[in-house]
Design a protein around this ligand. Sequence first.
Ligand code: ARG
Length: 408
Amino acid sequence: MTKKVALAYSGGLDTSVAVRWMHEEWGVEVHCVAVDVGQGAGDGAGNDTLVERAMAAGAAGCIVIDARREMAEEFCAPALVANARYEGKYPLVSALSRPVIVRHLVAEARRVGAEAVAHGCTAKGNDQVRFDVGTRTLAPDLEVLAPARVWQMTRADAVAYAAKWSIPIEATAEKIYSIDENLFGRAIECGEIEDPWATPPEEPYTLTKLTEPDDATFTVGFEAGRPVSLDGTALDLQSLLAAVSRLTGARGFGRLDMVENRRVGIKSREVYECPGALALIAAHQDLEDLTLERDVHHEKARLESRWSELVYDGMWFSPLKSAFDAFFAETQRFVTGEVRLRVSAPGALRVEGRRSPVALYDHGLATYDAADTFRHADAEGFVRLWGLGVQTWAARQARAAERPAPPA
Ligand code: ARG
């Protein structure tokens, strides 16, 4: 019986070539799985075109799955709760979509009775790590095939291969950038960006083109750590992300330019535009300042960077990541309230106000005016004991300094 393989299919050049190549070289039957995680218009291919293309490339079948809601609720929401910023900057855009795709890939492999899954990632990136490790944690028995890791074709070779097999791909021979997009933003690599000294070109940006010169203020409502409304109107997370992205992106907010450490040991210069994600993380973080107890807050902040590393490194389905999620969920019970933000062109965002029915901010304790409720008399003793250890140490040091040096 012919071996069956479920392939994560994007409709682009590489995965289309992968369909034919795996069939020709490995003699396998390829079942394509196209997962919509909010990649927008992509290269203009609608669902029908995508399926036609897969079939033209030689697929035995192709299913298209709308996973945008799932992506928002089960992947973007935990990232917001975790204030996820890999290396303090990158909100994990691509790293969040891969486990969503893996989940559907494994499900399709089971449905068609495939022994293997496949993806179109190259040997140099993080995405192969996320596909391979994600699959192995969800389905340890499935084999993972990565044709682009072994076929040694350049982009021009792949274009020629597609032409030879009459695979209908739009003219992509001189495509400069590699772009990955989903609900959380866009990741842009290649071309002149590969020179870390070069100013990023304006051309590949779409979400952060400056079109609105005037300031805008808006209020995001949170319930138990999750953003649930914009200016008082309840919205699901997918719509909320889109709306905040438009509002802030139109004022040029949300660009990142960084040199990052890939899991495979390569430093890479990449640029991102993630206006919605970065604005919501800023708002969420600010509300935590108001509502989290100090020790919980500090401990959570320490774990956030570990969470981001795990997800970046393809460990979405790992037990440590799940344990962190359980801890974070416990911390979010009272992260409820509103944050008011102002975005000003070009690209400045700041929080202007925050409020919560369960705020730990206590005006009576904080104020310097007549409404003061703080017990001033408690301070002196507390502070004396707080400093007692170092005071004792300092006194001993002073005395030791006065003592003559012991004879040599
Ligand atoms: N460097 C980022 C990451 O590893 C973005 C990867 C984008 N992927 C792509 N195929 N362009 O998450």
